[in-house]
Ligand binder design. Structure first.
Ligand code: F6R
Length: 354
């Protein structure tokens, strides 16, 4: 039920703080212990490499998770698009473990990969929003995203749930890094609430910058480059604006030629290690006339810059905050263009053909 919402997508964006709290309730015990299942954790720890396989937005959530599995858990991790992996399988490590990310649990390309994985006798875990779905049933293990039904074709809260659950799993496998994840995530839930309460801000930016645009660029480094991909996908999918998301350092290797006077460039700046470099990349686009809007954490924000300032957060968890403004920009651009936000043309919620 949409209640007072015009579209499900905005309702689902607004539900993201609750989704994080629900995951905390489900996966953390009273004394801070993680309730994921010892068997899952020890099976993954025995693997010499994790392969994350997914499509679309779930693939983008996988890119973020891979950084956590490598940095927190110390396990080499690759992320693959399922439609490629199914037919052009890379050379696997000796002892791989597979993680399938899927909102619906029914994506045909991912199912094809899981069948191959099962035939080869490898272990797997599905993280999905739909219990008893095909990917849930056919994997060795399954964990629910508990995001509640996602009705809008464009995925929002499932992405946030996937990234959150990947963080919890990576944390469970880490040698207790210097971070209280339960505390961090509950702060992030509060912070997301503040971002989604800024609707008027994003509607104005969308109307001014993106509704009239014919092409747009999202740039960032590290996990900001992963969020850029997701931001661009949302804008293409529901607002029909040609958008590219990519690693900021790649701009000067060709794409810069597309920047014209007034081209919107949305720069994500949440990674302290590379913020200076991204600033350099921003300057390169401004020198060609780009209209730059920044999404920055407060520690990296500079006085007088046009953009939105997020609270400070652990760099690996920053995508949970940074993605939210981009979801809202896509939503309000679609709305500003008088499109049917929940039902973009040519798309289905669950892709059950290969
Ligand atoms: C984009 C979107 C799609 C899905 C993709 C995979 O907003 O929703 O890109 O993420 O089709 O679907 P699932 O996660 O159901 O496997």
């Amino acid at each position: 039920d949409k209640g007072t919402y015009e579209y499900y997508m905005l309702k689902e964006i607004d539900e993201q703080p609750i989704v994080i709290r629900r995951l905390l309730d489900k996966y953390f015990g009273e004394n801070g212990e993680i309730l994921i299942g010892d068997q899952i954790v020890s099976d993954i720890q025995k693997a010499d490499r994790i392969y994350i396989v997914a499509a679309g937005t779930s693939y983008h959530a996988g890119l973020i998770g891979a950084r956590m599995f490598e940095k927190w858990a110390g396990i080499p991790t690759e992320v693959h698009v399922s439609s490629e992996f199914a037919y052009e399988q890379p050379l696997l490590s000796e002892n791989p473990f597979f993680i399938f990310l899927s909102q619906s649990g029914e994506t045909a390309d991912s199912r094809e990969v899981l069948q191959n994985v099962n035939r080869a006798g490898f272990k797997s875990l599905t993280m999905t929003n739909v219990e008893k779905s095909t990917l849930w049933r056919e994997a060795t293990y399954a964990l629910p995203l508990v995001a509640g039904p996602e009705i809008a074709v464009a995925s929002t809260k499932a992405y946030v749930a996937q990234v959150t659950l990947e963080a919890i799993l990576a944390y469970a496998m880490s040698e207790r890094i210097d971070l209280d994840l339960e505390q961090e995530l509950s702060t992030i839930a509060v912070d997301i609430q503040a971002i989604v309460d800024d609707k008027a801000v994003f509607q104005e930016v969308a109307n001014e910058l993106l509704v009239p645009a014919t092409s747009t660029f999202f740039i960032g480094r590290g996990s900001d480059s992963d969020v850029s991909l997701e931001a661009a996908l949302k804008l293409k999918e529901i607002a029909y604006v040609q958008a590219e998301g990519f690693a900021a350092g790649e701009l000067k290797h060709g794409t810069l030629a597309l920047i014209e006077d007034g081209t919107p460039v949305i720069a994500l700046l949440t990674q302290p290690k590379t913020a200076g470099l991204v600033r350099g990349n921003i300057a390169e686009t401004q020198a060609r006339g780009a209209n730059v809007y920044r999404i920055t954490t407060s520690v990296l924000a500079e006085e007088g810059e046009k953009g939105y300032v997020l609270p400070d957060v652990d760099p690996l968890l920053a995508p949970l905050l940074a993605v939210v403004p981009t979801q809202m920009l896509a939503y309000y651009t679609s709305l500003g263009r008088n499109l049917d936000v929940d039902h973009p043309r040519n798309l289905a919620k669950s892709v059950t053909v290969q």
